[in-house]
Design a binder for this molecule. Structure first.
Ligand SMILES: NC(=O)C[C@H](N)C(=O)O
Length: 330
Protein backbone atom coordinates (compact mmCIF):
# COMPACT_ATOMS: atom_id res chain seq x y z
CA UNK A 1 0.00 0.00 0.00
CA UNK A 2 1.35 3.44 -0.93
CA UNK A 3 0.87 5.62 2.10
CA UNK A 4 -0.67 9.06 1.70
CA UNK A 5 1.34 12.12 2.71
CA UNK A 6 -0.57 14.04 5.34
CA UNK A 7 0.56 17.37 6.76
CA UNK A 8 -0.21 18.07 10.42
CA UNK A 9 -0.61 21.77 11.19
CA UNK A 10 -0.65 22.38 14.95
CA UNK A 11 -2.24 25.42 16.55
CA UNK A 12 -2.39 24.45 20.25
CA UNK A 13 -5.53 23.67 22.25
CA UNK A 14 -6.25 21.08 24.89
CA UNK A 15 -4.96 18.30 22.65
CA UNK A 16 -1.56 19.93 23.30
CA UNK A 17 -2.44 20.82 26.90
CA UNK A 18 -0.43 20.09 30.02
CA UNK A 19 -2.05 19.89 33.47
CA UNK A 20 -0.58 19.62 36.95
CA UNK A 21 -1.98 16.14 37.59
CA UNK A 22 -3.31 13.16 35.64
CA UNK A 23 -6.71 13.73 37.19
CA UNK A 24 -7.01 17.36 36.08
CA UNK A 25 -9.24 17.87 33.05
CA UNK A 26 -9.73 21.62 33.45
CA UNK A 27 -7.38 24.42 34.54
CA UNK A 28 -4.47 23.27 32.37
CA UNK A 29 -2.10 25.09 30.05
CA UNK A 30 -3.44 24.71 26.51
CA UNK A 31 -0.96 24.53 23.62
CA UNK A 32 2.02 23.62 25.81
CA UNK A 33 3.06 20.53 23.82
CA UNK A 34 4.64 20.86 20.37
CA UNK A 35 3.63 19.02 17.21
CA UNK A 36 6.65 16.68 17.29
CA UNK A 37 5.65 15.40 20.73
CA UNK A 38 2.00 15.09 19.70
CA UNK A 39 3.03 12.86 16.81
CA UNK A 40 5.56 10.91 18.87
CA UNK A 41 2.77 10.01 21.30
CA UNK A 42 0.83 8.21 18.54
CA UNK A 43 3.35 6.09 16.59
CA UNK A 44 0.41 4.08 15.13
CA UNK A 45 -0.25 7.04 12.79
CA UNK A 46 2.74 6.07 10.66
CA UNK A 47 1.11 2.74 9.85
CA UNK A 48 -1.47 4.62 7.83
CA UNK A 49 0.25 7.73 6.49
CA UNK A 50 3.52 9.54 6.03
CA UNK A 51 3.15 12.55 8.27
CA UNK A 52 4.99 15.80 8.58
CA UNK A 53 4.31 18.30 11.37
CA UNK A 54 4.39 22.06 11.37
CA UNK A 55 3.65 24.42 14.24
CA UNK A 56 1.43 27.29 13.10
CA UNK A 57 0.56 28.61 16.57
CA UNK A 58 0.52 27.39 20.18
CA UNK A 59 -2.54 28.96 21.72
CA UNK A 60 -5.68 28.21 23.64
CA UNK A 61 -8.23 28.55 20.87
CA UNK A 62 -10.19 31.10 22.91
CA UNK A 63 -7.41 33.42 21.72
CA UNK A 64 -7.81 32.56 18.03
CA UNK A 65 -7.14 35.64 15.88
CA UNK A 66 -7.91 36.39 12.25
CA UNK A 67 -4.18 36.61 11.46
CA UNK A 68 -3.91 32.92 12.33
CA UNK A 69 -6.98 32.13 10.20
CA UNK A 70 -5.36 33.94 7.30
CA UNK A 71 -2.05 32.12 7.90
CA UNK A 72 -3.86 28.77 8.03
CA UNK A 73 -5.81 29.45 4.84
CA UNK A 74 -2.64 30.50 3.00
CA UNK A 75 -0.72 27.47 4.28
CA UNK A 76 -3.51 25.02 3.39
CA UNK A 77 -3.90 26.48 -0.11
CA UNK A 78 -0.14 26.32 -0.70
CA UNK A 79 0.34 22.80 0.68
CA UNK A 80 -2.66 21.30 -1.10
CA UNK A 81 -1.57 22.69 -4.45
CA UNK A 82 1.51 20.46 -4.14
CA UNK A 83 1.31 17.07 -5.81
CA UNK A 84 3.14 15.36 -2.96
CA UNK A 85 0.63 16.45 -0.28
CA UNK A 86 -2.58 14.40 -0.06
CA UNK A 87 -4.34 15.99 2.88
CA UNK A 88 -4.07 18.11 6.00
CA UNK A 89 -4.94 17.56 9.65
CA UNK A 90 -5.14 20.65 11.85
CA UNK A 91 -4.89 20.22 15.60
CA UNK A 92 -6.90 22.96 17.27
CA UNK A 93 -8.59 23.86 20.53
CA UNK A 94 -12.25 22.96 20.55
CA UNK A 95 -13.55 26.34 21.75
CA UNK A 96 -13.33 28.06 18.36
CA UNK A 97 -12.81 25.00 16.16
CA UNK A 98 -16.24 25.44 14.56
CA UNK A 99 -15.30 28.95 13.37
CA UNK A 100 -11.82 28.15 12.08
CA UNK A 101 -13.19 25.08 10.30
CA UNK A 102 -15.95 27.06 8.58
CA UNK A 103 -13.53 29.84 7.63
CA UNK A 104 -11.24 27.29 5.92
CA UNK A 105 -14.26 25.49 4.38
CA UNK A 106 -14.96 28.73 2.48
CA UNK A 107 -11.42 29.92 1.74
CA UNK A 108 -9.33 26.85 0.88
CA UNK A 109 -9.76 25.83 -2.73
CA UNK A 110 -8.94 22.15 -2.95
CA UNK A 111 -10.73 18.83 -3.18
CA UNK A 112 -8.14 17.24 -0.90
CA UNK A 113 -9.23 16.47 2.66
CA UNK A 114 -8.72 18.95 5.49
CA UNK A 115 -9.61 17.61 8.92
CA UNK A 116 -9.67 19.52 12.19
CA UNK A 117 -9.30 17.63 15.43
CA UNK A 118 -8.65 18.39 19.08
CA UNK A 119 -9.35 17.00 22.51
CA UNK A 120 -11.41 17.65 25.58
CA UNK A 121 -8.85 16.26 28.02
CA UNK A 122 -5.27 17.56 28.16
CA UNK A 123 -2.49 15.33 26.86
CA UNK A 124 -1.33 14.69 30.45
CA UNK A 125 -4.73 13.38 31.62
CA UNK A 126 -5.57 9.80 32.41
CA UNK A 127 -7.58 8.50 29.42
CA UNK A 128 -6.67 11.52 27.31
CA UNK A 129 -8.78 11.58 24.14
CA UNK A 130 -6.23 13.43 21.98
CA UNK A 131 -4.18 10.45 20.72
CA UNK A 132 -7.23 8.53 19.44
CA UNK A 133 -8.72 11.69 17.93
CA UNK A 134 -5.45 12.46 16.14
CA UNK A 135 -5.19 8.93 14.79
CA UNK A 136 -8.81 9.03 13.59
CA UNK A 137 -8.28 12.43 11.98
CA UNK A 138 -5.27 11.15 10.03
CA UNK A 139 -7.22 8.06 8.96
CA UNK A 140 -10.02 10.30 7.66
CA UNK A 141 -7.59 12.69 5.92
CA UNK A 142 -5.98 9.69 4.21
CA UNK A 143 -9.33 8.25 3.09
CA UNK A 144 -10.31 8.66 -0.58
CA UNK A 145 -13.94 9.16 0.46
CA UNK A 146 -13.05 12.31 2.40
CA UNK A 147 -12.08 14.15 -0.79
CA UNK A 148 -14.47 16.83 -2.06
CA UNK A 149 -16.46 16.98 1.19
CA UNK A 150 -15.00 20.28 2.37
CA UNK A 151 -13.41 20.80 5.75
CA UNK A 152 -14.26 18.14 8.31
CA UNK A 153 -14.22 17.97 12.10
CA UNK A 154 -13.29 14.59 13.54
CA UNK A 155 -13.55 14.00 17.29
CA UNK A 156 -14.75 11.15 19.44
CA UNK A 157 -15.45 8.88 16.49
CA UNK A 158 -17.67 11.22 14.47
CA UNK A 159 -17.04 12.98 11.16
CA UNK A 160 -18.89 16.28 10.84
CA UNK A 161 -19.03 19.02 8.25
CA UNK A 162 -17.32 22.31 9.15
CA UNK A 163 -20.50 24.15 8.18
CA UNK A 164 -22.72 22.35 10.62
CA UNK A 165 -20.66 21.14 13.58
CA UNK A 166 -20.89 23.05 16.85
CA UNK A 167 -19.39 22.53 20.28
CA UNK A 168 -22.38 21.62 22.44
CA UNK A 169 -20.89 20.68 25.80
CA UNK A 170 -18.36 22.45 28.00
CA UNK A 171 -16.40 19.35 29.03
CA UNK A 172 -17.84 16.15 27.54
CA UNK A 173 -15.70 14.21 25.04
CA UNK A 174 -18.80 13.90 22.86
CA UNK A 175 -19.15 17.64 22.41
CA UNK A 176 -19.35 18.19 18.62
CA UNK A 177 -22.77 17.79 17.05
CA UNK A 178 -24.44 18.99 13.89
CA UNK A 179 -27.87 19.81 15.34
CA UNK A 180 -29.88 20.08 12.12
CA UNK A 181 -27.95 17.81 9.80
CA UNK A 182 -26.32 15.08 11.83
CA UNK A 183 -22.81 13.76 11.29
CA UNK A 184 -21.49 12.89 7.81
CA UNK A 185 -20.02 9.66 9.08
CA UNK A 186 -18.13 7.93 11.82
CA UNK A 187 -14.87 6.18 12.51
CA UNK A 188 -15.26 2.61 13.72
CA UNK A 189 -12.21 0.57 14.73
CA UNK A 190 -10.11 3.17 12.96
CA UNK A 191 -12.02 2.90 9.71
CA UNK A 192 -13.85 5.97 8.37
CA UNK A 193 -17.39 5.40 7.04
CA UNK A 194 -19.33 8.13 5.24
CA UNK A 195 -23.11 8.33 4.85
CA UNK A 196 -23.66 11.87 3.52
CA UNK A 197 -22.02 14.73 1.71
CA UNK A 198 -22.54 18.46 2.33
CA UNK A 199 -24.57 20.15 -0.42
CA UNK A 200 -23.92 23.81 0.39
CA UNK A 201 -21.00 25.41 -1.45
CA UNK A 202 -17.48 25.09 -0.10
CA UNK A 203 -13.79 24.86 -1.07
CA UNK A 204 -13.50 24.54 -4.87
CA UNK A 205 -17.03 25.91 -5.34
CA UNK A 206 -16.56 28.82 -2.97
CA UNK A 207 -16.25 32.28 -4.49
CA UNK A 208 -14.47 33.62 -1.41
CA UNK A 209 -10.75 34.20 -1.45
CA UNK A 210 -8.47 35.66 1.22
CA UNK A 211 -5.39 35.74 -0.99
CA UNK A 212 -3.55 38.96 -0.20
CA UNK A 213 -6.11 39.88 2.48
CA UNK A 214 -4.49 41.17 5.69
CA UNK A 215 -7.57 42.06 7.75
CA UNK A 216 -11.21 41.01 7.83
CA UNK A 217 -14.16 43.37 8.23
CA UNK A 218 -15.13 43.95 11.85
CA UNK A 219 -18.37 42.16 12.75
CA UNK A 220 -19.93 42.11 16.23
CA UNK A 221 -22.20 39.47 17.70
CA UNK A 222 -24.89 40.82 20.05
CA UNK A 223 -26.74 38.33 22.23
CA UNK A 224 -30.49 38.81 22.85
CA UNK A 225 -31.97 38.77 26.33
CA UNK A 226 -35.18 39.78 28.07
CA UNK A 227 -35.45 43.56 28.41
CA UNK A 228 -32.76 44.15 25.77
CA UNK A 229 -33.09 47.80 24.73
CA UNK A 230 -30.43 47.63 22.03
CA UNK A 231 -27.83 49.87 23.71
CA UNK A 232 -24.99 47.67 22.45
CA UNK A 233 -25.92 48.42 18.83
CA UNK A 234 -24.54 51.94 19.33
CA UNK A 235 -21.34 50.44 20.80
CA UNK A 236 -20.90 48.27 17.70
CA UNK A 237 -21.43 51.29 15.45
CA UNK A 238 -18.94 53.33 17.47
CA UNK A 239 -16.38 50.51 17.21
CA UNK A 240 -16.55 50.74 13.41
CA UNK A 241 -18.34 47.44 12.78
CA UNK A 242 -19.32 46.83 9.18
CA UNK A 243 -21.68 44.09 10.26
CA UNK A 244 -23.71 42.95 13.26
CA UNK A 245 -24.94 39.42 13.90
CA UNK A 246 -27.86 39.53 16.31
CA UNK A 247 -28.21 36.24 18.22
CA UNK A 248 -31.95 36.65 18.55
CA UNK A 249 -34.58 34.61 20.33
CA UNK A 250 -36.06 31.48 18.76
CA UNK A 251 -36.51 32.03 15.04
CA UNK A 252 -34.20 35.07 15.07
CA UNK A 253 -36.80 37.21 16.83
CA UNK A 254 -35.66 40.69 17.79
CA UNK A 255 -37.16 42.75 20.64
CA UNK A 256 -38.88 45.90 19.31
CA UNK A 257 -36.41 48.42 20.74
CA UNK A 258 -33.45 46.44 19.39
CA UNK A 259 -35.13 46.22 15.99
CA UNK A 260 -35.40 50.01 15.90
CA UNK A 261 -31.69 50.39 16.75
CA UNK A 262 -30.65 47.73 14.23
CA UNK A 263 -32.85 49.27 11.51
CA UNK A 264 -31.02 52.58 12.03
CA UNK A 265 -27.66 50.80 11.82
CA UNK A 266 -28.76 49.02 8.62
CA UNK A 267 -29.90 52.34 7.14
CA UNK A 268 -26.37 53.62 7.76
CA UNK A 269 -24.94 50.73 5.76
CA UNK A 270 -24.16 48.17 8.47
CA UNK A 271 -25.06 44.62 7.39
CA UNK A 272 -27.38 43.04 9.96
CA UNK A 273 -27.77 39.25 10.19
CA UNK A 274 -30.44 37.59 12.34
CA UNK A 275 -29.16 34.40 13.93
CA UNK A 276 -30.43 32.68 17.06
CA UNK A 277 -29.41 31.94 20.60
CA UNK A 278 -31.36 28.64 20.32
CA UNK A 279 -29.13 25.60 20.03
CA UNK A 280 -30.72 24.24 16.85
CA UNK A 281 -32.96 25.15 13.95
CA UNK A 282 -33.12 27.37 10.91
CA UNK A 283 -33.74 31.10 11.12
CA UNK A 284 -36.27 31.87 8.40
CA UNK A 285 -36.92 35.19 6.69
CA UNK A 286 -40.04 35.46 8.88
CA UNK A 287 -41.55 38.88 9.41
CA UNK A 288 -41.99 41.47 6.68
CA UNK A 289 -40.50 44.20 8.86
CA UNK A 290 -37.20 42.32 9.10
CA UNK A 291 -37.03 42.11 5.33
CA UNK A 292 -38.01 45.75 4.94
CA UNK A 293 -35.25 46.77 7.36
CA UNK A 294 -32.73 44.90 5.21
CA UNK A 295 -31.96 42.24 7.80
CA UNK A 296 -30.49 38.96 6.53
CA UNK A 297 -31.57 35.56 7.93
CA UNK A 298 -28.69 33.28 9.00
CA UNK A 299 -30.36 30.04 7.86
CA UNK A 300 -28.91 27.27 10.08
CA UNK A 301 -25.67 29.08 10.86
CA UNK A 302 -25.21 29.80 14.55
CA UNK A 303 -24.01 33.31 15.49
CA UNK A 304 -20.29 32.43 15.39
CA UNK A 305 -20.54 30.83 11.94
CA UNK A 306 -22.84 33.55 10.63
CA UNK A 307 -20.15 36.05 11.68
CA UNK A 308 -17.53 34.17 9.61
CA UNK A 309 -19.73 34.15 6.50
CA UNK A 310 -20.65 37.81 6.96
CA UNK A 311 -16.98 38.80 7.28
CA UNK A 312 -16.17 37.00 4.03
CA UNK A 313 -19.28 38.40 2.32
CA UNK A 314 -18.31 41.94 3.32
CA UNK A 315 -14.92 41.51 1.67
CA UNK A 316 -16.82 41.27 -1.61
CA UNK A 317 -19.90 43.45 -1.24
CA UNK A 318 -22.14 45.43 1.09
CA UNK A 319 -25.24 44.83 -1.03
CA UNK A 320 -27.98 43.26 1.09
CA UNK A 321 -29.52 41.20 -1.71
CA UNK A 322 -26.15 39.68 -2.65
CA UNK A 323 -25.34 38.86 0.98
CA UNK A 324 -28.81 37.31 1.39
CA UNK A 325 -28.06 35.04 -1.56
CA UNK A 326 -24.75 34.00 0.03
CA UNK A 327 -26.59 32.99 3.21
CA UNK A 328 -28.77 30.71 1.13
CA UNK A 329 -26.00 28.96 -0.80
CA UNK A 330 -23.06 28.62 1.64
N1 LIG B 1 -10.92 21.47 24.67
C1 LIG B 1 -10.25 22.54 24.26
O1 LIG B 1 -9.48 22.47 23.35
C2 LIG B 1 -10.57 23.83 24.97
C3 LIG B 1 -9.44 24.84 24.97
N2 LIG B 1 -9.80 25.95 25.81
C4 LIG B 1 -9.16 25.39 23.58
O2 LIG B 1 -10.06 25.68 22.85
O3 LIG B 1 -8.02 25.58 23.25
Amino acid sequence: MIKKHIYILATGGTIAGRAASEEATTGYEAGAIGVADLLAAVPEIRRYAEVEGEQIAAIDSKDMREVIWLRLAARCNALLSREDVDGIVITHGTDTMEETAYFLHLTVHSEKPIVLTGAMRPATAMSADGPMNLLQAVRVAADDEAAGKGVLIVLNGTIESARDAVKTHTTSLDTFRSPEMGALGSVQDGEPVFYRSPLRRHTVHSAFSVKGVTALPRVAILYAHADDDGFLVAAAQKAGCQGIVYAGMGNGSIPERVETALAEAAAEGIAVVRSTRSAAGRVTRAEASYEANGFIASDTLNPAKARVLLQLALLKTSDTASIRTMFSIY
